[in-house]
Design a protein around this ligand. Structure first.
Ligand code: FE2
Length: 739
C-alpha cells in the first residue's frame, strides 16, 4: 500500500512485527471488518461502531471508546486491499482533544508465514506500523508509546482468538524451561560438567610429569566388547603441565557459554514472534544464521552443502554406473538418465557405507544413506541439485517428486547420517584424535629446550591440541557421561566404532589434501568440470603455499639431502612416529632422506593441523546451529508405505525437545570460538621470524595475497545473495587444532 504523501517518505515512527498462529485467510477474515465486530477479539474497546451512513467500506469512519479511559476517537478507513491483505486507517479526531496531535496514519499488512520445517503455510506474519505528526516531542513520544503497546496487544489478541485453549506455545514453553534446568546436556549442565572437568584437569596436571611424554590407548567400551578401541590413535598419558589450556583459553570457553545463557533470556519472546523454536534459541550474543534459516529446506541449498557446507569431505564424482546403488540406477534428472549424467560428468554422489552396521542408540535412528546430486545450469548460472536419496536397500528411493514430507524426511535423514560420519570420523577422528600422536612424538623428538629448526617451524601447529583433546575425551566421549551418547544417533560407542573402522584404513600420504580429493575424482585443474567447489579451489591455493613455505624452510635449514638423511633428531622422530609402543603411525615414512621428502611431510602435517580440521570445525555454527539444516540425531524412522507422512510426524522425527535443540546449538557455538592465532592478519604466527626471516616474509606475503583473493571471491558471493566460504582464508585459519 503506497501513499503520495511526503509523510511516508521516511521510516515509520512505530513499527511492530508479529506472528498469528492461523492461516492468512482466517486472520484477514477476522481482522477485516472495520466496526463493532472488532469488539469480539480486540479486547481494549468498550464501544466501537461505524458512523452513519454506516457502510463498512473505504471512506467510512468508526468511533470507539477505550475501556480504560473516557476518550472518544474517530478513525477513517483510507484503504483496504483484499488481495494483498492490507489496510490503512487515519486518525480523524479525538474528544477531548490531545493538544499538539495533528495526524496519525496507521497501516496493517499480513503475509503468509511458512512453517520452517514443513514448508506449509500455517501462520500469518503481521506488520503494523504508523506515522504520527505531533508536537512538541514529548507529546509525540507519548503517543508512539501508546501505539506500540496497542499494536503488540492487537497481535496478541488476534493470536488468542485462534488459540483460545492456549494449548500451543504457553503450554510448551514451561516444559522447555523445566528441561533446561534438569537435563545434564542442557546449557546449565554444560557449565556443571565443565567445572567437573576443570577439577579433573587440576588433578591430572598435579601428577608428576616426565620429560618425555608417555602414550596411552583409549579404553574399550563394555557395550561393544568385540570392538578394540585400543587401536584408535594414541593419546598422551595424563595431561602434561604445559598442555593444560591456559586460563585465557578456558575463559574464552566460559565466555561463550555465558553468551549462550544470556541469549536464552529472550527465547520465549523470540519463539512467540517466529513460531520456530529452532531459530528462537539463537539470541543477542550468539547471532543467528539467517540465510540458512530462510533457505535450508530448498533442494539446491541442500545439495550445495555437500560441496561447501559442514562436510565437503565425502562427495565424489560418479564415473561408472556400477558405483551407483542398484535401486538408484533408474532415476533421472529432467529426463536425463543416470548414465547420461555420468557421461556428461555431471553426477555426484555422497555415500555413507560407514553406517551400514550401526544400530542406532536407544530411541534414535540413522541410515547408511546415499544421495545422488547433479550439476546443472540455468541462465548462465551453475548450481547443484538433488536427483534422489536412498536410505537403505529395504526402503524405496526418494526423489523431489516423492510425496513432499517423505522427501523432506529422507533429506533430514541424509543430512543427519552425514553428520554422524562428519563428526565422528572426519572432525573428532581425523581432525583431533589422529593428530595427537603427532603432537606427542613432536614434543618428545624436538623438546622445547633443544634448538632445532623443525621445533621452530612446527611448534605453533600443535598449540593447545592436547589440551582441547583432553577436554573432548572428558566430555564428548567420556567414559562417565559422554555428551555424544544421547545426542548423536550412533551414540558414543558406535561413533567411536565407525571412527576406528575409518582409522584402520587411514594412511599418512593417502590422506593428504590432493590425494584425498583425487580419490573422489576432483583435480587441481578442475578437469572434472565441477564448479564452485570452494573447498577444492581455496584448498589447492593454500596447499601450494604450504608447499612453498616448507620447501623454502627446508632449503634454508639444510644444504643438501645428506644433511636431512643424517639429522639424528629427524631419525628419532621417524622412529617414535612408527614405534608400535609409541605414536604407532605405521604409514609415516620409514625414512626421511631428502629435502623434497621432508618438505612434503611437513606440508602434509601443517595441512592436517590447520585446514584439515578448520574446514570441519568452523562450519559447525554456520550449518549446524539451526538444527533442521543438519540434525545430529533423528528420532523417528522413515515409515513404511507410499502415502505422505504428516507434518506432525516430520516434527517429531527432528530433535524437538529444548534440551536436544540447545545441546546442538550450544555445541556448535562453543566449538566455533575463533582461535587466538592465525596464518595472516593481526594475530598471525611468525615461527620463523628469528631463524629464517626471509622465509617467513615470503610466506606472509603469500598468505596475505590468498586472504585478499578469498575475500574478493566471498564479496562477490555475498553480492549475489550467496553464502561465502571463509574457512580457508589465512586470516581466519588457525595454525593448530585448538577448539
Ligand atoms: Fe574441533
Amino acid at each position: 500500500m503506497c501513499s503520495e504523501s511526503a509523510l511516508f517518505d521516511r521510516n515509520p515512527d512505530v513499527e511492530v512485527f508479529g506472528i498469528v498462529q492461523a492461516p492468512i485467510h482466517k486472520v484477514w477474515e477476522l481482522f477485516r471488518p472495520f466496526g463493532k465486530e472488532n469488539l469480539e477479539w480486540w479486547k481494549i474497546y468498550e464501544t466501537m461502531e461505524i458512523l452513519p451512513p454506516g457502510n463498512d467500506k473505504v471512506g467510512c469512519i468508526r468511533r470507539f471508546k477505550l475501556s480504560v479511559q473516557d476518550t472518544i476517537f474517530d478513525e477513517l478507513l483510507v484503504a483496504r486491499d483484499d488481495e494483498n491483505f492490507s489496510e490503512q486507517y487515519d486518525f480523524v479526531q479525538v474528544e477531548p482533544p490531545i493538544p499538539g496531535l495533528k495526524a496519525i496514519s496507521t497501516f496493517v499488512e499480513f503475509s503468509p508465514f511458512l512453517n520452517p520445517i514443513t514448508g506449509t503455510e500455517t501462520a500469518t506474519k503481521v506488520r503494523w506500523y504508523s506515522y504520527t505528526e505531533a508536537s512538541p516531542l514529548p507529546v509525540k513520544q507519548e503517543l508512539m508509546a501508546m501505539q506500540n503497546k496497542a499494536y503488540s496487544g492487537a497481535i496478541k489478541y488476534l493470536n488468542s482468538a485462534f488459540n483460545f485453549s492456549g494449548k500451543s506455545k504457553k503450554m510448551v514453553l514451561p516444559n522447555y524451561a523445566k528441561q533446561l534446568s534438569s537435563n545434564p546436556t542442557s546449557v546449565a549442565g554444560f557449565m556443571k560438567n565443565l567445572y567437573q572437568i576443570l577439577e579433573q584437569v587440576h588433578a591430572d596436571v598435579a601428577v608428576e610429569q616426565t620429560e618425555k611424554w608417555k602414550y596411552q590407548t583409549y579404553e574399550n567400551k563394555p557395550e561393544l566388547p568385540d570392538v578394540d578401541l585400543t587401536k584408535l590413535p594414541r593419546a598422551v598419558k595424563g595431561l602434561p603441565h604445559s598442555e593444560a589450556l591456559d586460563p585465557t583459553r578456558q575463559g574464552m570457553f566460559f565466555k561463550r557459554i555465558n553468551e549462550v545463557l544470556y541469549s536464552e533470556i529472550g527465547i520465549k519472546d523470540r519463539f512467540a514472534d517466529s513460531g520456530d523454536i529452532y531459530q528462537a534459541v539463537a539470541g543477542r550474543y550468539t547471532g543467528e544464521t539467517r540465510y540458512i534459516i530462510d533457505n535450508w529446506h530448498k533442494d539446491r541449498e541442500f545439495a550445495s552443502q555437500f560441496l561447501n557446507g559442514l562436510n565437503p569431505m565425502t562427495i565424489k564424482i560418479v564415473k561408472d554406473v556400477e558405483e551407483v546403488p542398484e535401486n538408484m540406477r533408474g532415476l533421472n534428472y529432467k529426463g536425463q538418465s543416470i548414465v547420461d549424467l555420468i557421461c556428461a560428468k555431471r553426477l555426484l554422489m555422497v555415500d555413507l557405507p560407514e553406517l551400514k552396521n550401526v544400530k542406532p542408540y536407544k530411541d534414535m535412528y540413522t541410515y547408511p544413506a546415499t544421495a545422488l546430486i547433479v550439476q546443472d545450469s540455468e541462465k548462465g548460472e551453475t548450481f547443484v541439485d538433488m536427483v534422489g536419496i536412498r536410505l537403505n536397500d529395504e526402503l524405496p528411493v526418494y526423489t523431489p517428486q516423492s510425496p513432499k514430507n517423505r522427501w523432506m524426511l529422507a533429506k533430514l535423514h541424509m543430512k543427519s547420517a552425514d553428520n554422524q560420519v562428519m563428526q565422528f570420523i572426519w572432525h573428532l577422528g581425523f581432525g583431533h584424535i589422529a593428530v595427537e600422536p603427532f603432537a606427542v612424538a613432536f614434543h618428545n623428538s624436538f623438546p622445547p629446550d633443544v634448538d632445532h629448526p623443525i621445533r621452530d617451524l612446527l611448534a605453533p601447529h600443535f598449540k593447545d591440541t592436547i589440551g582441547i583433546n583432553y577436554v573432548a575425551r572428558h566430555t564428548l566421549i567420556s567414559n562417565v557421561m559422554p555428551f555424544t551418547d544421547k545426542t548423536f544417533s550412533t551414540g558414543t560407542a558406535q561413533g567411536l566404532e565407525i571412527m576406528l573402522n575409518a582409522w584402520l584404513k587411514w594412511d599418512f600420504e593417502a590422506s593428504s589434501f590432493p590425494r584425498q580429493l583425487s580419490e573422489r575424482g576432483f583435480d587441481r585443474e578442475q578437469s572434472d568440470g565441477i564448479e564452485n567447489y570452494y573447498y577444492r579451489e581455496d584448498g589447492f591455493k593454500l596447499w601450494d603455499i604450504f608447499g612453498e613455505y616448507t620447501t623454502d624452510f627446508v632449503n634454508a635449514a639444510y644444504t643438501n639431502d645428506d644433511d636431512v638423511a643424517n639429522d639424528t633428531m629427524i631419525k628419532q622422530w621417524v622412529t617414535e612416529m612408527r614405534d608400535p609402543d609409541k605414536a604407532d603411525i605405521s604409514s609415516f615414512p620409514e625414512n626421511i632422506s631428502s629435502k623434497k621428502q621432508l618438505a612434503q611431510v611437513l606440508q602434509n602435517i601443517i595441512w592436517k593441523t590447520s585446514a584439515g580440521h578448520a574446514i570441519l570445525n568452523f562450519a559447525q555454527f554456520d550449518y549446524g546451529s539451526y538444527v533442521p539444516n543438519s540434525p545430529i540425531a533423528m528420532l523417528a524412522p522413515m515409515p513404511e508405505g507410499e502415502e505422505d507422512i504428516s507434518d506432525e510426524y516430520l516434527k517429531t522425527a527432528l530433535p524437538h525437545t529444548l534440551d536436544r535443540i540447545l545441546f546442538q546449538f550450544t555445541a556448535s557455538y562453543l566449538l566455533t570460538e575463533p582461535s587466538r592465532f592465525r596464518f595472516a592478519g593481526p594475530d598471525a604466527i611468525a615461527p620463523l621470524e628469528k631463524r629464517f626471516p626471509e622465509v617467513q616474509h615470503r610466506a606472509n606475503l603469500r598468505f596475505a595475497a590468498l586472504s585478499a583473493d578469498i575475500k574478493v571471491r566471498n564479496m562477490k558471493l555475498k553480492d549475489a545473495g550467496k553464502l561465502p566460504y571463509p574457512y580457508l582464508d589465512p586470516e581466519n585459519l588457525p595454525p593448530s587444532i585448538d577448539i
